[in-house]
Design a protein around this ligand. Structure first.
Ligand code: ADP
Ligand code: ASP
Ligand code: MG
Length: 814
């Protein structure tokens, strides 16, 4: 004999039921029991209707209409017209009974657990009846059996306990006398010795099927559902989850107890004793392998078989100095919980015995706190125990696997992975069987925690980086293009899956939780919402993705002022905007500290020398114990471009204009020409070298006339350049006469920094610096005479974008 159970989605409508019939018809069907759930969603609907009726809310009748309509529509689709009336009349008479019950609840304004079970049983009663008639119509040799005549329970309504002895007797009698090849019955429902309808708990159809399988020594129990087996994590939350081919009963039990709702936890018990395998299969993909659960151990190459989670968890903590060494306190605590009918999901006790902490269902918290406090009223009044502390809004996540006990370091890996993603752990428990390590975390963090752990334990270390990009102008758009081109390489070679989740410019912003397509991000953005920095941040925070990175490609003060909120929420920040790092030292340090404290990298390599690895090199020198003695540098790609192109055949104005047009200057070219941009850069290098310096401490003797410096907009600025052309020509002529070139040099030594235009003689390292190149000479204790030199293109959107890219990869490898 085989027992096949089909869940709610598998029988949700006529099309699905037809698919179920195909599966049944193709199964070797001599002595086949088909256990079916209520049509998908009907149990919820019945419960809602019952509650509404009991609350004197007449709108319950709307729900009944909906329920009727669904059953009738299904019948009309399944049966030919001439076969409909018999089925319809039976169903309508059942629906009349149901309405009478609901009317009863409405008129007395009360819903007893007994009545609730009676009402909710109609879901399975109707579905099993309709399906059995349909099978018959399709020519199968089938017999309908009301499960309440087979499964006997006590009268603990809502989740009754099975009386196996009585059930066994009833089953033997029935199956011995049965001649039909296929039996169809409803799951979930049963009855008491007195003949009252009971239910086995939500999701209990699996259990009904397991009971029948066990009592008949079935060859296999097949659970047909809407996914291809038990997955490494809930596939609705973790997109990368995969079906697990084999599991042991114990692993399956742990996974289902810890939230893998694909199998109702009590299901395993009856079949485990008989060694009957459970095969979880997908109704909508019958050829998929599914999951086979047997006595044999699961896949022994895998240390962790699956990750699961339970939501709506609360914590109760009992603490106090009087608890140490006094026997019986925990017994009384658990006794109180048990008397209140509270199911304990997780227990931890500090080894000092100073505190006991239990995880329970959130809904139980309110009810039980007072009871515990009154049970310990005497100890509390004496100050030996503190009133119980309760906390809600929590969840439990658990790593499960038979083989975990033979591997060290798994819990370390689990907790460090969570820690890196700022998932705060409230309590930890590890079963003595070492088949399970569980942690209590905030409910809001479940999705992030499951995904990061899944990535860590199942995805061959492919790491997902989730980018939120602000500023898609020159640099930003190049950056997005580079990611688009490199994605495949990053995934295959560096095991980084880089996704852009949000983008914004100053007008619009757009998000896509699954990743914005980089082929048409422009139109996605154009159709986005109005840009709003606070809202952008709130969305990033709400999405709460693991490895989130905020990228600032703007030159905006306001954007720079938001970094702190990102960092303190453990969201990394990568920026080419120099404003934050060159603002007040206090602010710079504050961001660096937040980065450290919240484990969120704050990288700004492109603040100096665009894509050149200047800051990274400096950090590495210092980290390895070197000390910076002096820095000499040409750090302005724009000024280098200007002075390399300026001569007596051009005008200064035209060269600056050209630099602006070719994207070598800041949007406001005065920031470059006045030397402010270079001041910011040397300031950042000085700070990264370990010095507390402010921008005012940097000497800057500008080569621009005061009037040019005082201009208020680009137009006036360019006009003023024209006016002072002679002065600029003189600078050029003097340099030529001194056989030198003009370079704008930044210098830092002994805690002091300066910037300014200098005549650089032939033979100097700076003399042959071309185009918009930058050069930095690091004189350090290890490189005292011959400096370490970094030289190359130091401006331009492409190289800046690639510098940002490099920072992202640094975070990926973090
Ligand atoms: P049925 O109605 O067929 O009994 P359920 O809804 O009870 O189906 O169970 C199937 C659902 O269980 C899946 O659709 C999935 O959302 C959920 N689920 C949770 N955790 C897991 C897991 N680890 N593996 C597979 N499914 C899971
Ligand atoms: N129909 C019941 C429920 O929704 C039982 C089941 O589907 O397993 O809980
Ligand atoms: Mg189920």
């Amino acid at each position: 004999m085989k027992v096949l159970k089909f869940g709610g989605t598998s029988v949700a409508n006529a099309k699905n039921i037809e698919q179920v019939k195909n599966i049944v018809a193709q199964t070797e069907n001599n002595g086949l029991v088909t256990v079916v759930s209520a049509f998908g969603g009907i149990t919820d609907l019945l419960l809602q209707a019952a509650e509404k009726a009991a609350a004197n809310d007449i709108s319950y009748s709307k729900l009944v209409e909906e329920l009727e309509a669904r059953h009738i529509a299904t019948i009309k689709e399944l049966f030919p017209i001439n076969a409909q009336s018999a089925v319809l009349s039976k169903v309508k008479s059942e629906l009349n009974h149901l309405e009478n019950l609901l009317e009863g609840a409405f008129s007395i304004g009360e819903l007893t657990p007994k009545l609730s079970d009676k009402i909710v049983s109609y879901g399975e009663l109707l579905s099993s009846y309709i399906i059995s008639r349909y099978f018959l119509e399709e020519g199968l040799d089938v017999c309908f059996k009301d499960s309440r005549e087979l499964i006997q329970t006590n009268e603990q309504y809502g989740r009754a306990t099975v009386d196996f002895k009585a059930t066994d007797k009833k089953c033997s009698e029935f199956f011995e006398g049965n001649t039909a090849k296929i039996i169809v019955m409803g799951g979930f429902i049963a009855s008491s010795e007195n003949g009252n309808t009971t239910t086995l708990g939500r999701g209990g159809s699996d259990y009904s099927a397991a009971i029948i399988a066990a009592l008949n020594n079935a060859k296999v129990l097949e659970i047909w559902t809407d996914v291809s087996g038990m997955y490494t994590a809930n596939p609705k939350i973790v997109k990368q989850a995969k079906a697990i081919a084999k599991l042991s009963y114990e692993e399956a039990m742990e996974l289902s107890h810890f939230g893998a709702s694909v199998l109702y936890p009590p299901t395993i018990q009856p079949v485990l004793y008989k060694g009957i395998p459970i095969h979880i299969k997908n109704t909508f993909e019958p050829s998929a392998q599914g999951t086979l659960i047997t006595k044999a151990q699961g896949d022994d190459k895998k240390t962790v078989s699956g990750i699961s989670s339970i939501e709506n968890v609360g914590l109760l903590s009992l603490e106090g100095p009087g608890m140490v060494g006094i026997p019986g306190i925990s017994a009384r605590f658990f006794d109180e919980l048990s008397r209140a009918g509270v199911n304990v999901i997780l227990i931890t006790q500090a080894s000092s015995e100073h505190s006991i902490c239990v995880g329970v269902s959130e809904k139980d918290i309110k009810n039980v706190v007072e009871k515990i406090n009154s049970a310990f009223a005497f100890e509390i009044s004496q100050g030996k125990i503190y009133p119980v502390v309760s906390e809600t809004g929590l969840a439990i996540i658990a790593l499960i696997g038979d083989q975990m006990k033979s591997h060290q370091g798994l819990s370390g890996k689990m907790f460090s992975t969570l820690g890196k993603n700022n998932v705060n752990i409230r309590a930890i428990a590890q079963g003595a069987s070492e088949r399970n390590i569980s942690a209590v975390i905030k409910a809001d963090d479940v999705k992030k925690a499951l995904n990061t752990l899944h990535e860590q334990f199942f995805e061959e270390n492919i790491k997902q980086l989730n980018l939120f990009v602000m500023g898609v102008g020159n640099v930003g758009s190049k950056f997005l293009n580079q990611i688009r081109q490199q994605r495949k390489f990053l995934k295959e070679q560096l095991r980084l899956n880089v996704r852009v989740i949000g983008i914004s410019n100053s007008r619009k912003m757009a998000f896509d939780g699954g990743g914005i397509s980089l082929d048409n991000w422009e139109s996605v953005l154009a159709n986005g919402k109005n840009a709003d920095r606070a809202n952008f941040f709130a969305t990033v925070q709400k999405l709460n993705y693991r490895n989130s990175i905020f990228i600032d490609n703007t030159a905006s003060n306001e954007v720079a002022s938001t970094y702190r909120s990102y960092l303190t929420n453990s969201i990394s920040v990568v920026t080419c905007n120099k404003i934050a790092c060159s603002s007040e030292y206090r602010n710079y340090m504050d961001l660096k500290n937040a980065s450290r404290e919240y484990n969120a990298p704050f990288l700004f390599e492109t603040n100096v020398g665009a894509g050149l690895p200047i800051i990274d090199t400096l950090k590495n020198l210092i980290a390895s114990g070197d000390k910076i003695l002096k820095i000499q540098a040409v750090l302005s790609g724009s000024l280098n471009f200007v002075f390399n192109n300026f001569n007596d055949r051009t005008t200064f104005h035209d060269v600056v204009k050209q630099a602006q047009e070719e994207g070598y200057t800041e949007p406001d070219p005065k920031i470059d020409l006045s030397g402010i941009d270079v001041m910011r850069k040397i300031l950042i290098l000085a700070r990264e070298s370990g010095n507390r310096l402010e921008i005012e401490d940097i000497k800057n003797k500008s080569f621009l006339p005061q009037e040019t410096l005082d201009t208020k907009n680009n137009e006036d600025f360019f006009e003023s350049l024209k006016k002072y052309e002679c002065d600029f020509q003189k600078l050029y002529k003097d340099a030529v006469e001194a056989k030198s070139k003009l370079k704008y040099v930044a210098q830092y030594e002994n805690g002091r920094a300066s910037v300014g235009l200098q005549q650089i003689p032939v033979g100097h390292d700076f003399y042959n610096l071309e185009g918009s190149d930058n050069i930095v000479l690091f004189y350090t204790e290890r490189y005292p005479n011959q400096p370490m030199i970094i030289k190359g293109a130091g401006a331009g959107a492409d190289v800046t974008a690639s510098g940002i890219f490099a920072d992202i990869i640094r975070i990926g490898n973090f």
